[in-house]
Design a protein around this ligand. Structure first.
Ligand SMILES: Nc1ncnc2c1ncn2[C@@H]1O[C@H](COP(=O)(O)OP(=O)(O)OP(=O)(O)O)[C@@H](O)[C@H]1O
Length: 314
């Protein structure tokens, strides 16, 4: 059976707050799936429900086809980094991992391997109390990798990491997916997942906003947008806006034009005698694509055959 996380009609309410509101999605093997949405959208709650740390009011979450609580050696099925600071401050890094390994029937040698893999071998005998946030993140990732699980979940793993650490974690996610594992990684910042995620689950107020491949999302957001380089940016903006386009500044001599085909942009600028040196298709960033999504500007539906509904929030 392929490793997966399946979330089905999950719902969780805390007093007056509905944290997760009928959420369904699947995390597939061999992909990094980004789990995105603003602060408070319900990402961490969903991850806690998947790990059986909280019970849903409705629906279910399955890891490799089974509820987490029924897994016999869970660390060998799914590894997770939720709250990296949840460490016993007096415990040494290696002892923390040894304790986890022992509880899941994992040998000592694996502890040394994961400490090496996350770059903490030299800090193995230091106590967690002295760890920086970045080191805590690395130790949490080591714990997630301990059981060599086919499914991995990381909640905001980039928090606290320096630029080298960020590059490292992106590479790690990619290589885990390339090995055929199912990887779910949350972030409230879209840009963080650029170049990392293959697939995107976007949520808002506990509901699904999009379930789409990143490539499709970027292609849709790039469509009908051209980039123009001109020394007369202000004049070009006026002419193109009068021609019906939405124009945004993208650099000292660059504007992004939306809503007009490239040949029309070129014709309008030429008619107005505004020189321009370049006109090219704009490659949208994930941030822009997400803004489009939340404005309901592009159509997306889960890739399960359900019809697309314009700008719908399910
Ligand atoms: N234990 C709890 N008790 C009460 N309310 C909670 C609890 N856990 C989460 N919530 C509420 O549920 C909503 C969803 O929170 P959650 O932490 O899941 O969002 P999130 O998308 O992970 O946000 P962030 O990006 O800030 O981590 C929020 O309104 C939050 O205040």
């Amino acid at each position: 059976m392929e490793p997966t996380i399946e979330v089905r009609a999950l719902r969780k309410r805390y007093r007056t707050t509905v944290a997760v509101d009928g959420l369904s999605f699947t995390v597939r093997a061999g992909e990094v799936t980004g789990f995105v949405g603003p602060n408070g959208a319900g990402k961490s709650t969903t991850m806690r429900l998947i790990l059986g740390l909280d019970a849903p009011d409705e629906g279910e979450a399955l890891v490799n086809g089974r509820p987490y609580r029924s897994l016999r050696t869970p660390l060998t099925q799914v590894g997770a980094l939720l709250d990296a600071s949840a460490l016993h401050p007096g415990r040494r890094a290696r002892d923390h991992l040894l304790w986890l390994a022992h509880s899941n029937g994992i040998g000592k040698r694996r502890v040394s391997e994961v400490l090496d893999q996350v770059g903490l071998a030299s800090a193995a005998r230091r106590r967690a109390a002295g760890f920086s946030l970045g080191m805590q993140q690395r130790l949490g990732i080591a714990a997630a990798l301990l059981g060599d699980p086919p499914v991995l979940m990381f909640d905001e793993p980039v928090n606290g990491l320096d630029p080298d650490g960020i590059v490292w974690i992106r590479g790690l996610m990619r290589s885990l997916a390339a090995e055929g594992r199912a990887v779910l990684v949350s972030s409230h910042l879209m840009g963080e997942l650029e170049d990392t995620a293959d697939h995107l689950i976007a949520v808002g107020r506990g509901r699904l906003i999009a379930d789409t491949s990143v490539a499709k999302l970027l292609a849709a957001a790039s469509k009908d947008r051209v980039e123009v380089t001109t020394a007369q940016r202000a004049e070009a903006t006026t002419v193109l806006a009068n021609g019906g386009a939405t124009v945004t500044v993208a650099g000292p001599e660059t504007v992004v034009v939306e809503g007009l085909p490239g040949d029309r942009v070129s014709a309008l600028l030429t008619e107005a005698a505004i020189p321009f040196s370049e006109l090219r298709r704009h490659r949208a960033s994930l941030e822009e694509a997400y803004m489009d999504l939340t404005r309901g500007a592009i159509e997306f539906a889960p890739e399960t055959g359900a019809p697309a509904t314009k700008g719908s929030v399910r």
